[in-house]
Design a protein around this ligand. Structure first.
Ligand code: PLP
Length: 398
């Protein structure tokens, strides 16, 4: 258990804070479905009281994520080493927002996943009176202006969804902390995965994921997780996870743990497939533009090289011919599936304006550049030639 902190990332996705199940020696934890645990006398138990509060299968997944996101919290400080799993990515976000008080100033990146933006503007601005400011934190002047001493929490997505803008995490952490030493810095690391980006190492307090995406990786479970690096926040998150109660089920914890064990090897294949397809699209006459940080043409390519260790399978691009052409493309692919979500073994295509970002007001979408001819690919781990041939066939229909 203690040795796992010294292991490299590709080994930690398998062994990070894991140990055989103590009774049988099982190398994978069983799915502990029991809702409650017998006590030898009132209040006397073995660390497990009730499954919302404590569950061994969930703990195993939470510890693994804490390890791979590089949280320094030990088991002596917290039973799940600062990892906390929830019933969805949005449940993880909603619980994290409970760390701040009513009326707090929250600075969020402007190009957020539509559901994250909806939670902030249509729920928490009303119910928690949060003062939410959406800012292009990739622009140093904007960061300088918006990260004020009153900022209680910063919510960053990088790369952003779907415009693939990058935020310099180390610079934001330094500036926000200089303005307010108590600020809570959260990075939604779903798009990059911990294999390619480590927000905690760059000065952030919390790395958050929709485990529905790369961490689980198989499109068969919805979940969320946070890895918390600050001891004061770990205590508060442990309280909130139990008090709010939106916990990950034992079965989903098992699936996510099983999926996460192949995260490194999957990410390497997502990366090589996506690189090949981004280059292919970039030279295609029916493609107007490709937005992909690993391409030299991306305006923040230098930051990509400095901050990220590689690229996931996310590619955004525009086709010539407007909405009709985009629709035709999305309806013509055969290996790629037209579906919401991302980050799993199968390749998906999404039309953000109609699908994932439909809840973002049209004028905000226009400001951000989420146009009607914009498509987002989540490149899976299939054979790259099959994927390229599929894109070729679909582009012929445009
Ligand atoms: N964050 C990002 C970047 C996402 O793409 C998503 C979902 O698409 C979420 C958060 C929300 O996660 P979930 O759908 O698991 O609630």
């Amino acid at each position: 258990m203690s040795r796992s902190r010294d292991l490299r990332l590709a080994s930690r996705v398998i062994h990070g804070h894991q140990r055989p199940e103590p009774v049988t020696g099982a190398v994978m934890p069983p799915i502990f479905t029991s809702a409650t645990y017998a006590q030898s006398a009132p209040g006397e138990h073995r660390g497990f009281e009730y499954s919302r509060s404590h569950n061994p299968t969930r703990y195993a997944f939470e510890r693994l994520v804490a390890s791979i996101e590089g949280s320094p919290i030990t088991e002596a400080q917290d039973p799940s080493c600062g990892g906390f799993a929830f019933s969805s990515g949005l449940a993880a976000m909603a619980t994290t927002l409970e760390l701040v008080d009513a009326g707090a100033r929250v600075v969020a990146t402007d190009d957020l996943y539509g559901g994250s933006r909806r939670l902030l503007s249509q729920v928490r601005e009303r119910s928690q009176q949060l003062d939410v400011v959406y800012a292009d934190l990739g622009d140093p002047d904007v960061a300088e202006r918006e990260l004020t001493a009153e900022t209680a929490l910063v919510w960053v997505e990088t790369p952003t969804n779907p415009m693939m803008k990058l935020v310099d995490l180390a610079a934001v952490a330094e500036l926000a902390r200089a303005r307010n030493p108590n600020v809570i810095l959260v990075c939604d690391n779903t798009f990059a995965s911990p294999i390619f980006q480590q927000p905690i190492e760059l000065g952030f307090d919390i790395a958050m994921h929709s485990t529905t995406k790369y961490l689980n990786g198989h499109s068969d479970s919805v979940g969320g997780v946070v890895a918390v690096a600050r001891e004061d926040l770990v205590e508060r998150m442990r309280f909130l996870q139990n008090a709010v109660g939106a916990v990950m089920s034992p079965f989903d914890s098992y699936l996510a743990l099983r999926g996460a064990k192949t995260l490194d090897i999957r990410m390497q294949r997502h990366q090589s497939n996506a690189l090949a397809l981004a280059r292919y699209l970039d030279q295609h006459p029916k493609v107007e533009g490709v937005i992909f940080p690993a391409l030299e043409s991306h305006p923040q390519h230098e930051l990509f090289r400095r901050q990220m260790r590689g690229t996931s399978g996310m590619i955004t691009f525009t086709v010539t011919g407007g909405l009709d052409a985009a629709r035709r493309f999305a309806e013509s692919v055969e290996v790629f599936q037209l579906a919401e979500s991302l980050g799993a073994v199968e390749s998906l295509v999404n039309h953000p304006a109609i699908m994932t970002h439909a809840s973002v007001p049209a004028e905000v979408r226009a400001d951000l550049g989420i146009d009607d001819n914009l498509l987002r690919l989540s490149v899976g781990i299939e054979n790259p030639d099959d994927l390229q041939e599929d894109l070729e066939r679909a582009l012929e229909q445009v």
